[in-house]
Design a protein around this ligand. Structure first.
Ligand code: FAD
Ligand code: MG
Length: 294
């Protein structure tokens, strides 16, 4: 059996990509490892009709609606590799099975790497965040710490004052120059240059000089990388950005390799659930177009 389309990753982007294809009665195989990027957060914000709903509830509802379409096949598990085949692509699963598809949609998202600070990773999605639009409002204009990882962290340090009284802790990652200092001052951000020993409590920062700064929430930029090596294996162009790597696509979500599409966080710099849903819809429709017209 050869599927019209194999979608790698069945979260917000992958499930949205499936919709136009299933509604055109095309055969679609979704392979999904079930590890959505926002699984660490209790609530998802900013997606129409689903504001404040748990991330897995949104995904589960979508899964129920998709499963009503008879041309969908869903495999729980991970794709290990993919290569160009005679009629399309051959995708090998981690369990050894091999699947064939005429087209491929990469919707496997990204993996976040956080700086190695004791107590940080276990608070990710609960009191440590990266996206102020997703989790800033709930801090109720309280005290916010921004942990620096590189000069790009200036961006968060200058944004967060809209969500509360902000302290920027570069944590030795770089030293703000005179121009950056005046930008921080103009936004009302306080600078704390002593390095961080650990995060304790809800969002308390113990500094290496022993002081403890208490915050309502912390923000930090993660470094992202595609969650699967498959785009690289197929020769898809991958772009280096200040916060990590992403698959390059055009406005139709087509990668640099014909008949391979990519959508969601894997193929855009600052992702979100609604953006993943939009990109997924475009990828599914563009993929259908290529099945019809080459
Ligand atoms: P993901 O949701 O990450 O899904 C990728 C899927 O692909 C997973 O199911 C994974 O298991 C699967 N996969 C990976 N590799 C393979 C493989 N080799 N084979 C098969 N399957 C594979 N956005 C918002 O809009 N609102 C929020 O409130 C919000 N809060 C967030 C909180 C946190 C802590 C984080 C980190 C992110 C948050 N985001 C939020 C961003 C949001 O999570 C992402 O933008 C969104 O999940 C991207 O969707 P996606 O479908 O591209 O990827
Ligand atoms: Mg793009």
């Amino acid at each position: 059996m050869i599927y019209d389309v194999i979608i790698i990753g069945g979260s917000y982007a992958g499930m949205s990509a499936a919709f136009p294809l299933l509604r055109a009665r095309r055969s679609v195989l979704i392979i999904d490892g079930g590890k959505r990027r926002n699984r660490f957060a209790s609530h998802s914000h900013g997606f129409l009709t689903q504001d404040g709903v748990a991330p897995d509830v949104i995904a589960a509802q979508a899964g129920v609606q998709l499963s009503a379409y008879p041309t969908l096949t869903w495999i729980e598990g991970n794709a290990a590799s993919a290569k160009k085949g005679d009629e399309g692509f051959a995708v090998a699963l981690e369990d050894g099975r091999e699947m064939a598809g005429r087209r491929l949609i990469l919707a496997h998202g990204v993996t976040d790497t956080l700086p190695e600070i004791a107590g940080l990773a276990e608070r990710w999605g609960q009191s440590v965040f990266h996206c102020p639009y997703c989790h800033g409002y709930e801090l109720d204009q309280g005290k916010i710490g921004v942990i620096g990882v590189a000069p790009m962290s200036m961006h968060q340090a200058l944004m967060l004052p809209d969500w509360g009284q902000t302290t920027f802790l570069p944590n030795g990652s770089f030293e703000p120059d005179a121009d950056q200092l005046s930008q921080l001052e103009a936004r009302g951000t306080t600078l704390e240059t002593v390095t961080i020993a650990e995060i304790t409590g809800r969002a308390d920062v113990r500094l290496s000089d022993g002081r403890i700064l208490s915050f309502d929430g912390l923000f930090v930029a993660s470094i992202v990388a595609p969650s699967s090596p498959i785009a690289g294996q197929l020769g898809c162009a991958i772009e280096e950005l200040p916060n990590g790597r992403q698959i390059v696509t055009d406005e139709m979500q087509q990668t640099s390799v014909p008949h391979v599409f990519a959508c969601g966080d894997a193929a855009r710099a600052a992702g979100s659930v609604p953006l993943a849903v939009g990109d997924g819809t475009m990828a599914g429709a563009a993929c259908h177009r290529s099945l019809m017209f080459g």
